[in-house]
Design a protein around this ligand. Structure first.
Ligand code: ADP
Ligand code: MG
Length: 728
């Protein structure tokens, strides 16, 4: 066995669970202890500052300089007491993940020393060097510098010794350079238009809040094995590796007990989450071996998304304490399930109503139908854009690849809701009785009982109704959920606002409110029924059927990104005030660029591994075989030699065949890269990587995986799937 592999397997299998120090107090005592939440604000800020800050947060208004100074002072005092010595503006660049630039709480005191200080100016605004973050040419088009500004709706928190201040990141001319800015704009848009529609039912509604409950899937790998796999280290996924004889076919992992090493990690992670105010609640094994999930209680979407991003970085830290590495890549291993991040999405009013929950009265149910029908219409109209919003070079391996759902957005509604929509569509007024209301009869009062039964699940659907919310499942495990939430909320916001326009117009003509609401909801249902698909999303028939229905079936990621720039999308984002056309163009440049770079890295790593690791191992084994055949020939007559050494000769030839294929393919891949790299347009470059480089990665892998089965196990240089995938 190769040295490195031998040592890492040895090391990995000898590990025991790391002991986790349990907090002495109850969870409610340490929950959010590292967060500058309202309770801390109340404690550390002067009364007037506290009131001004809370008012600004509630009304989404900026802070005055005096208030900011006073907040900064109190926040610093709290942070220093907690052991913090630095602060950072914490923002969400378009590259994904989060970015930080740390500064110490010190200034010159003018006497050769320093004083500990933190001003309102530094709290509220900073100028990180925008040039080091991708901005898709925005800086050339607009203004050279960008700045980050505190998002007061998301509380500051402490990680390690650093006070982190959640911020938006924008150019000096106001273009967003991050995910948070457009997310806040999208949430604002959906608030406005959903409020308009909710007011048809209850005029006292002032705001509609968007909620997100994410479910984070991930893989764990022992750190020693990880270190022995350069592809995992550099690309986050295995670029080669033959399937393990046993993987998920027995389906024993999902219901199986959590291994003790993993359980210790999960416990540690949960405690860390709770200290940071992330309401982690559910943990379990997932379908694939070594695959797990963590889900919190849902929260307001902007905060929930911050928490998800924070979780992803905390996970990495905690995993290291347990000698694990977390793989957040959507498809770290071929042949077994990939990881997603289901986005449970819902809307609720400030009067406490969940808009996707059927209620107890016919009016409530009409409202439910109105909102659901608008989501259907939005998802139908913008299915291509929604798909673009979840697409990345890494998620492309999960969607539309071999054993995953296809790259088609459809909606699962379940048989009960389906029946209701059927009868609304058919306008079966005889069977539809609306409690006592004149003119219109709709027996939607039966909905609550029916929908309480939530066993009607379809795991293959990318977008499913699950009783009181929608579950957007196509989102990738490594993604910033904001991308999906921006597109979804924008589409729904525009749909709802057009709905409200139509209704208001008809009301001006003196029509009956409920009649109009029912009619318009029905019209939505009729026009968007094509998006509904309750069958098996994995089947080939569905691909054909979806195309027939006019749903977007594009499977190339770089081409999907075009949808952001289609006239209807540009119009939609403009109307909802989320992106200007310039911003969309710039962001697409970043998407294409990121796509090409990811593939370029994968292709280089695979080329190196193939030539420097795999071929030498194959040659070594081939030499052993040759030696054997040669000696047989020396000792035996021709006939006997052929009999004894015949199989080895076949192997020698097979190995030679795969090696020469690998070499030739690597050469071709390098040339394909050169062609792609010379392209001026980011879009063309990404298309070229998708069409000409990506297929070669797959081809090379096939030959390497074939060699893995032939070459002596002792010689094989990289940890195999069966070693990587089973934590003892
Ligand atoms: P499952 O795996 O069956 O989908 P989980 O319990 O793993 O269920 O995850 C459900 C997720 O949905 C949790 O994050 C939960 O907080 C969230 N959720 C529940 N109700 C809502 C809602 N109304 N809006 C948004 N998210 C919700
Ligand atoms: Mg789920």
């Amino acid at each position: 066995m190769s040295d490195l592999r031998f040592k890492s397997v040895e090391e990995a299998s000898s590990r025991k669970a790391v002991k986790v120090e349990l907090p002495k107090e109850r969870v409610d005592k340490y929950y959010a202890e590292k967060v500058f939440n309202r309770q801390k604000m109340f404690e550390y800020l002067p009364r007037t500052t506290y009131e001004a800050l809370v008012k600004a947060i509630d009304n989404k208004k900026p802070l005055s300089r005096e208030v900011a100074d006073s907040v900064a002072d109190g926040m610093k005092r709290w942070a220093v007491e907690q052991g913090a010595r630095h602060y950072t503006h914490w923002f969400q660049p378009m590259t994904g993940g989060t970015a930080e630039k740390h500064d110490a709480f010190i200034e010159h005191d003018g006497k050769g020393g320093v004083i500990e200080t933190f001003s309102g100016k530094l709290l509220v605004q900073q100028e990180p060097d925008a040039s080091s973050f991708p901005n898709g040419g925005i800086r050339n088009t607009f203004e050279a510098r960008g700045y980050s500004a505190w998002d007061i709706s998301s509380p500051a928190f402490i990680v390690g010794n650093t006070l982190c201040i959640p911020t938006i990141f924008i150019s000096y001319t106001g273009e967003s350079l991050d995910y948070k800015t457009p997310l806040l704009r999208a949430l604002n848009a959906v608030d406005k238009s959903a409020t308009r529609v909710a007011q048809f039912f209850d005029p006292s509604v002032r705001h509609v809040e968007c909620y997100l409950g994410w479910e984070q899937e991930y893989f764990l790998v022992d750190e020693a094995l990880y270190a022995a796999r350069p592809d995992l280290v550099l690309t986050g996924r295995t670029l080669m590796g033959h399937e393990s004889a046993k993987n998920q076919q027995l389906e024993d992992h999902y219901f199986g007990a959590i291994p003790s090493r993993v359980e210790a990690f999960m416990l540690d992670l949960e405690i860390e989450c709770h200290r940071l105010g992330i309401p982690a609640k559910t943990r379990h094994n997932e379908v694939a071996p070594n695959q797990f999930e963590l889900a919190p209680v849902f929260e307001e979407a902007n905060l929930a998304n911050d928490h998800n991003l924070l979780l992803m970085s905390v996970m990495n830290e905690v995993a290291r304490r347990h000698n694990f590495r977390v793989l957040l890549h959507e498809k770290p291993f071929a042949g077994i399930n990939g990881s997603g991040k289901h986005n449970n999405w819902s809307l609720g009013t400030d009067t406490g109503k969940q808009l996707f929950s059927p209620g107890k009265t016919p009016e409530d149910n009409l409202e439910f139908i109105v909102f659901v029908s608008n989501v259907m219409a939005a998802v139908h109209k913008d299915n291509a854009l929604l798909k673009a919003s979840i697409m990345t070079a890494t998620n492309a391996h999960r969607l539309g690849a071999n054993e995953a759902p296809p790259a088609i957005i459809s909606m699962f509604l379940g048989s009960q809701l389906n029946q209701i929509l059927d009868s609304i569509e058919k306008n079966e007024t005889d069977s539809i009785i609306l409690g006592g209301k004149e003119g219109m009869r709709l027996d939607v009062s039966q909905i609550p009982d029916l929908l309480i039964d939530n066993t009607d699940r379809n795991r293959t659907s990318p977008f499913a109704f699950t009783g009181n919310r929608f579950e957007y499942r196509a989102v990738g495990s490594s993604a910033n959920c904001a991308s999906a939430l921006i597109a979804l909320n924008a589409a729904v916001a525009v749909e709802l606002s057009e709905f409200a326009d139509r209704v208001e117009k008809r009301l001006e003509n003196g029509e009956n409110l409920e009649r109009v609401l029912f009619d318009e909801a029905r019209a939505n249902i009729i026009k968007s029924r094509a998006i509904q698909f309750d069958g098996n999303g994995y089947s080939d028939e569905w691909k054909k059927e979806a195309a027939r229905r006019g749903l977007d079936t594009e499977s190339s990621a770089p081409l999907m990104f075009d949808k952001y720039l289609s006239p209807s999308s540009v119009e939609m984002f403009k109307k909802s005030g989320i992106f200007t056309e310039k911003e969309l163009e710039a962001r697409n440049e970043v998407k294409w660029d990121m796509y090409s770079k990811k593939l370029q890295i994968e292709s280089r790593v695979l080329g190196d591994l193939a030539i420097n690791h795999i071929i030498p191992a194959a040659v070594t084994y081939q030499r052993l075989l040759l030696d054997n055949v040669y000696k047989i020939k020396q000792l035996f007559d021709d006939g006997t030699a052929r009999k004894i050494g015949g199989q080895d000769l076949v192997s020698i030839e097979n190995i030679a065949y795969h090696m020469s294929e690998i070499k030739a393919l690597v050469e071709r891949m390098i040339s394909a890269r050169h062609v792609a790299n010379r392209m001026q347009s980011e879009r063309e470059k990404a298309i070229s990587y998708h069409d000409c480089v990506a297929p070669l990665l797959e081809e090379i892998r096939t030959h390497i995986d074939a060699l893995e089965l032939m070459v002596d196990n002792e010689i094989w240089p990289l940890p195999k799937y069966r070693e990587l995938l089973f934590i003892r």
